[in-house]
Design a protein around this ligand. Structure first.
Ligand code: GTQ
Length: 366
């Protein structure tokens, strides 16, 4: 609406009295489409590694620092305090954590929910909910809301993994509680790798789990995820995402982590995905391979170890640029939250046989 001088000064007076003029704000409140603060962005492996190495020199985990992790800040959220609400997207926090041999990241629990994808290094042992869990590259782990967790490196090399939490969401909802365990490491209550042993079959559940629980399984081994992908790869790929699987809670069939979705997807050599956009947002980690993702007409080139984000309602399509090597992408998403509130929508790109025109190439910081 074209506001007169009188209306504008009335608006100003209202705001001074902590009231809002709906006649001038209604179109910003009821937007035609989401107007996301986070933007499509990519972080190079080299940039993250260089800074983590510096942090490895600078601080010791367990003696001063609770965790050594460098998190991704979406440039569009930078003005939110503290430090962008730790947001890679509007709901998802993502980081790379490094634990050196002998270090123990002390036990705590929080309402914010978390998951990890192991990138590099052998010897990591996590304690989650009274269970000691061994994790290796390619493994996926969950530490759900309000469950004690601490991490140790009992090996000879630094271990690196991706953390993903829903902290921007819990921050926004103002529901972030944290508690510290009285000792550095929690007491073990069950045999080592207990939950993976119980769910070893993959397709059958212990009879006592007829009533579903939040986190019956703590760790998802890489070879089982790979086997799922290998099976799918004998069939036709999804036009947008290639061959993709989701990590699930084996007692409910829903997402492994109740508030964060997670996937592993394979793009066969030469795969050229079609474009679509959806309300849920994603954080991607390139586990293997090289390629690019076009987001709203900008090409983001990636290779092994890089991270990139697809915020809400951004056109995107993935391409594997190699004609011999496959691409493996690990990703997390806020689809469980979007679905819980009936927010999810998906739209396919109709023009140009489903492919965007590339107008620009993104230049990352190295
Ligand atoms: O390992 O518990 O990257 O609490 C951020 C918050 C990791 C963890 C993060 C956390 C953790």
């Amino acid at each position: 609406m074209n506001a007169s001088k009188e209306i504008l000064s009335f608006n100003k007076k209202l705001e001074g009295e902590n009231l809002g003029p709906l006649w001038s704000s209604i179109h910003q409140l009821n937007t035609i489409e989401p107007e996301a603060k986070p933007i499509p962005y990519l972080w190079k492996k080299e940039l993250i590694e260089r800074n983590l190495e510096e942090a490895e020199e600078l601080l010791e985990v367990g003696a001063g620092a609770d965790r050594r992790a460098v998190f991704l800040i979406n440039p569009g959220m930078k003005d939110l305090k503290p430090v962008g609400w730790g947001g890679a997207t509007q709901t998802l926090y993502a980081a790379v954590q490094a634990v050196k041999p002998g270090e123990i990241a002390p036990s705590h629990r929080h309402t914010t929910t978390a998951l990890r994808f192991i990138m590099k290094g052998e010897g990591a042992k996590g304690r989650v909910n009274g269970e000691k869990i061994t994790f290796e590259p390619g493994d996926f782990l969950i530490t759900p809301s309000w469950v004690w967790h601490d991490h140790a490196n009992e090996g000879n090399e630094t271990v690196y993994w991706m953390d993903c939490l829903d902290s921007p969401f819990t921050k926004y909802m103002n529901v972030s509680f944290t508690e510290f365990y009285p000792e550095k490491q929690q007491k073990l209550l069950v045999p080592d790798d207990y939950s993976s042993t119980r769910y070893q079959g993959g397709m059958v559940r212990p009879i006592s789990d007829r009533q579903p629980s939040l986190a019956p399984l703590g760790r998802y081994k890489w070879n089982q995820t790979k086997s799922g992908l290998d099976g799918l790869s004998k069939l036709n790929p999804d036009l947008f995402d290639g061959f993709a699987v989701e990590y699930i809670n084996p007692s409910t069939g829903k997402d492994a982590n109740n508030r964060i979705g997670s996937r592993m997807q394979k793009l066969s050599p030469g795969f050229q995905g079609k474009a679509h956009r959806h309300v849920h947002s994603n954080v991607y980690h390139v586990f293997k391979g090289t390629g690019y993702t076009v987001m709203n007409g900008v090409r983001f080139d990636w290779s092994e170890g890089d991270f990139f984000v697809i915020p809400s309602w951004i056109w995107h399509e993935h391409v594997n640029t190699s004609d011999s090597e496959e691409v493996l992408l690990f990703s997390t998403n806020d689809l469980p939250i979007m679905e819980a509130f009936d927010f999810e929508r998906v739209e396919e790109y109709e023009l140009n046989n489903g492919h965007q025109e590339i107008k620009e190439v993104f230049k990352p910081i190295y």
